[in-house]
Design a protein around this ligand. Structure first.
Ligand code: NAD
Ligand code: MG
Length: 375
């Protein structure tokens, strides 16, 4: 029995993970649950899974009872002795300290919270080396790459190709993109996810985050990480080996499979909850080039990754802030990429070697974006 701390248990990945664990209760025990503010759903989950630790970040009110509160509860949950695996399903930079602390404490981090690696990939790698922890990706593309690479040395890999659904605006013109509404952006064609990642999938900022995530997870230089649009979201990514052979991992679009694999890697366990794969029903499978000119957030993020230093953290924070303003109806869809561009221009050379420096540049990038729109 392995103890799982589920951070962000009330979200899209959090609730998916609990469905997966429900079917594997002979292997995994829910040791800790944390959420931001959804007290009623957290209370239901606590009654059902009886974890030994409960954290509610944003509510010290009467309903919290014996639960721990405040941002520190994430680190507390992630470092407990009865926790073997930390499934970090928090959205955004708020998940950083929990990832670092879990790696430092020697835990497996099943990482959905990709923003953590983008913001502080070098610190996370150093924490893993010091503490003996490991990161296993939950993101479907990176799970696919890991599944294709497992058992082979990384020197066998020539390049990886991340697939992107292309989002709801894959074939929209620039004129139409200028009039996108929040409702349009929240309507993803193949995945049901939290609001922030759904907008990131519409701007393709999500794919930029994933390119940087792949760089750190698999220790690959950026010129060996490519992106292709694959609207059906059935091929989750491809790995080309040095002999020219290409392996792909496929399934219907469900996060249950990569969540389970992140818990069991490198083993596989039977799961009767997965819809059987039907190649005919999935047909046709198509691939298209990325339209970088219409989705500048992807190009900006990939450039930030190559530049390194503070740039990935600036990209991430500016994007988080701009998406929040877009969801509040204060800026347009196109303003998201413009904000990121401006923040990168101003802040990319900032200090970035420590957690404190990264938190400072994260705050500066958010402030910069708000100031552009007097928010
Ligand atoms: P979500 O918005 O549905 O859920 C976010 C969870 O994080 C909630 O439980 C919320 O309570 C918690 N949370 C939010 N702000 C917090 C804060 N400041 N401190 C602590 N907890 C906080 O988001 P999601 O779609 O589940 O995505 C979670 C993460 O997984 C993101 O990093 C996303 O990019 C990644 N991811 C999601 C999917 C997906 O299919 N949803 C796929 C791949 C990767
Ligand atoms: Mg993904």
């Amino acid at each position: 029995m392995r103890g799982v701390a589920l951070l962000g248990s009330t979200g899209s990945i959090g609730t998916t993970a609990l469905r997966v664990i429900d079917r594997q209760r002979h292997l995994f025990r829910v040791a800790a649950l944390t959420a931001f503010a959804n007290t009623s759903l957290l209370a239901e989950q606590v009654a059902r899974y009886e974890p030994t630790f409960v954290g509610l970040v944003n509510n010290g009110g009467p309903s919290a009872g014996l639960w721990r509160t405040g941002q520190d509860c994430l680190v507390e949950a992630a470092t407990r002795s009865d926790v073997d695996i930390v499934l970090n399903a928090v959205v955004g930079a708020a998940g950083l300290d929990a990832t670092l602390a879990a790696l430092e404490a020697g835990k497996r981090v099943a990482l959905a919270n990709k923003e953590t690696l983008v913001m502080a990939g070098d610190l996370a790698s150093a924490a893993a080396r010091r503490g003996g922890g490991e990161i296993v990706p939950v993101d479907s593309e990176h799970s696919a790459i890991l599944q294709c690479m497992t058992g082979r040395p990384s020197t066998d890999v020539r390049r990886v190709i991340l697939t992107a659904s292309g989002g709801p605006f894959r074939d929209w013109t620039h004129e139409r993109l200028a009039r996108v509404t929040v409702e349009d952006a929240l309507h993803h064609p193949t995945w049901r996810m939290g609001r922030k990642i759904t907008v990131d999938s519409a701007t393709l900022a999500n794919k930029a985050l994933e390119v940087i995530e792949a760089h750190y997870l698999f220790d690959l230089p950026y010129d060996r990480i490519e992106v292709v649009v694959h609207p059906q979201s059935v091929v989750h990514s491809l790995v080309e080996f040095v002999d020219g052979s290409v392996l792909a991992q496929m399934s219907a679009p469900t996060m249950e499979l990569p969540v389970l694999y992140a818990l069991t890697h490198p083993e596989r366990v039977p799961d009767d909850g997965v819809t059987p794969f039907d190649p005919v029903a999935c047909s046709p499978l198509t691939f298209e080039p990325v339209r970088f000119d219409q989705f500048p957030a992807l190009r900006l993020g990939m450039e930030a990754g190559r530049r390194g230093g503070a740039a990935p953290a600036v990209f991430n924070a500016a994007n988080e802030q701009a998406v929040a303003l877009f969801l509040e109806g204060r800026i347009t869809f196109i303003d998201i990429a413009t904000s990121i561009d401006s923040a990168l221009d101003t802040l990319s050379d900032a200090e970035s070697g420590t957690r404190e420096a990264l938190l400072a540049v994260d705050a500066d990038a958010r402030r910069h974006v708000r100031s552009l729109y007097s928010c």
